[in-house]
Design a protein around this ligand. Sequence first.
Ligand code: XIL
Length: 300
Amino acid sequence: ASTLGAQAAQSGRYFGAAVAAGKLGDGTYTGILDREFNSVTPENEMKWDATERSRNSFTFGSADQIVNRATARGQRVRGHTLVWHSQLPSWVSSITDANTLRSVMNNHITTVASRYKGRIHSWDVVNEAFADGSSSQHRPSVFQNLLGNGFIEQAFRTARSADPAAKLCYNDYNIEDWNAAKTQGVYRMVRDFKARGVPIDCVGLQAHFGAGGPPSSFQTTLSSFAALGVDVQITELDIAQAPTSAYANTVRACMNVARCTGITVWGIRDSDSWRSGENPLLFDRNGNKKAAYRSTLTTM
Ligand code: XIL
């Protein structure tokens, strides 16, 4: 096939991009989006600071724009994200009472997931809850500090009730290397969730890579998570300087794992990237295909 989405679909996968509502008026941007991609992830529009700026007062204008546009075109939507320590309004991070925070978290999940019920392919229910470094533990956050380790499980159960059809993912970065302590911590959590019947369907690996691309153990990581009985998805791919081999190695690892169901790049053109100085994406500032686009397409 001649586009990323159509080529991915040949093996039953999707190929998506992070999308910003503020760019949907740019014809070059939407032209590439609708030609190449069959999945979208709102880059910021579904985050807590965008959807619930003050307690129980919800705003969905920008998220609706993205979801409605994608749905009308038959593109999947990845929901990103329900519970995260970052881009979290200060009214949440300054809560000091556990019972208050528990009801605030459950209300947020229920309200956001219910609004898009039936229209979200996968939800990043909890994002980046594990610490970097050698601990394999959760990072400090208001959720962890007040609710303890159980906040992740609580979030998944609440999300399942709100939208039973969505696949529920745990999403994180620096869990691509099988030998990293952080990867092992997430692996043990997923194994425990599956053993105890906590509703989890997928693990999202962000894949924000340096120019070297994925670690050599990346495919092992994907297949090891998949062997627990979850799908794996590459959710935020970008690679410094976008070397052709680094993109090919990433895509090949996914293609080699049956339960790696899709790849999302974190933006369309280099100028759209949160790492724009590193030119990490598949299209240049003018919207032209880069060499990494070719290697990605031909590796699928
Ligand atoms: C980034 C966005 O791309 C930026 O526009 C925003 O300023 C900060 O967040 N991990 C995630 C994404 O899960 O939500 C982040 O997105 C990048 C890192």
